[in-house]
Design a protein around this ligand. Structure first.
Ligand code: ACO
Length: 361
């Protein structure tokens, strides 16, 4: 029995490979740095979906089809956004995604990938008493996502930064949310149900819920002098430092470096990055002291927080923005699972009491 299934291979996939010892992420034959900052989100979707969707979809076809699917998804915003009042941002996304019908005529992989940013943007605005912004189907997904969030024209550097982020997090092996998606997909429940289940797994602070708390931590630390005492106290209290540690990586998460570069490009020389680097260095030093024998390093979420903050996205939307990237991988894994996998049904070892034979008096 492997608690946490650390060493269990539960699927074969052509989609992505995480080499935890080397700190390497390969997506369909490409190293992360060949994709992030170099390929559009739509191009990476074409890569991930290749061979799993009936139609042959290149980058341009996907861009156009996704634009149309965003328009379709926006109809759900009109009818249901009011029902999200009082919910957290990620609960609201769960509600809207769950409302997409299995009978939808838009291919479900397109609808799911289009719907997440449309819903995430409408939710972020609703939480600030702002009207939703309708999608513009002629734009690329990353630019349109920011436009729907901010209701303004988007500087190309910002659209590129979000695009790099979405590509960086698009797929990552059999992480918890992707595994959840594959389990649901394996029962033939349908892609939209699998995406809802994946979001539910992503929402946990140990997985996709970390970047908001990373910024909370930076705020709580506040000054350079407070870095060591604050972190030492948190570790002494048994807290986990958000943005550090990973189940697979035993070295630095390669996505952290990509996103640190993006955050630095967006920073205009302000000292936010410098402070974050100082916190990172302090955290790594203290984790080495407190968690001897574990190799805990920076993960993707630390600099995700800095990138999304620099893009002026509200903190409470960070998990939903992550979902807008990772939904690419979820859909591809579900399609792959449906095409080639058996129903996932592991066994448990029973450790409860055995029944005692009770004789009638
Ligand atoms: N801060 C402090 N201690 C930590 C941290 C951390 N960030 N991460 C792991 N540890 C400690 C655990 O408390 C545990 O110590 P113990 O044995 O003394 O109890 C030990 O290291 C376990 O390490 P792992 O087996 O490597 O951890 P696991 O695989 O169970 O957890 C996880 C991985 C959930 C990511 C963990 O590192 C964590 O909670 N990190 C903080 C949350 C976070 O950043 N999540 C985002 C991850 S990236 C992503 O999902 C997209």
């Amino acid at each position: 029995m492997s608690s946490g299934l650390d060493d269990v291979i539960a699927a074969e996939t052509v989609l992505s490979h995480v080499d935890g010892a080397a700190g390497r992420l390969i997506v369909r034959g490409f190293d992360l740095d060949e994709l992030a900052g170099r390929r559009s989100f739509e191009a990476v979707l074409a890569l991930l979906w290749d061979g799993f969707v009936p139609e042959s979809m290149d980058e341009a076809t996907i861009r156009a089809a996704l634009g149309q699917a965003r328009v379709v998804a926006f109809e759900t915003v009109g009818t249901l956004i009011g029902a999200t009042d009082g919910l957290s941002a990620v609960e609201a996304l769960r509600l809207l995604l769950a409302a997409l019908p299995d009978a939808a005529t838009t291919p479900h992989h397109l609808l799911a990938v289009a719907a997440v940013p449309v819903f995430a943007a409408a939710i972020a605005r609703r939480r600030r008493a702002l009207a939703p912004v309708a999608p513009d189907p002629t734009r690329g997904q990353a630019e349109d996502f920011l436009r729907m969030m901010r209701a303004s024209d988007i500087p190309p550097a910002h659209a590129r930064a979000l695009e790099t982020y979405l590509v960086t997090v698009a797929d990552h092996g059999l992480n918890a949310s992707t595994f959840a998606a594959r389990v649901i997909g394996s029962t033939r429940a349908g892609l939209l149900s699998a995406v809802v289940g994946a979001l539910c797994a992503l929402k946990g602070p140990l997985h996709g819920g970390a970047p908001g708390p990373v910024l909370d931590m930076l705020d709580a630390i506040g000054t350079i002098d407070n870095i060591r005492p604050w972190i030492a106290a948190a570790l002494a209290d048994g807290e986990r430092l958000m943005g550090f540690g990973h189940r697979i990586y035993r070295v630095r998460d390669p996505r952290a470096d990509v996103l640190k570069g993006v955050a630095a490009d967006l920073s205009h020389g302000d000292n936010r990055i410098g402070f974050a680097e100082a916190v990172e260095a302090g955290a790594l030093a203290l984790l080495r002291e407190h968690k001897t024998g574990r190799s805990l390093d920076t993960n993707v979420e630390f600099y995700t927080a800095l990138v999304l903050e620099a893009l002026d996205l509200p903190r409470d939307s960070f998990t939903n923005v992550f979902a807008a990237g990772r939904v690419a991988g979820w859909t591809a894994h579900v399609l792959e699972q449906e095409q080639s996998g058996r129903m996932i049904r592991p066994q448990s070892r029973y450790t409860g009491p055995m029944p005692v034979r009770r004789h009638a008096a």
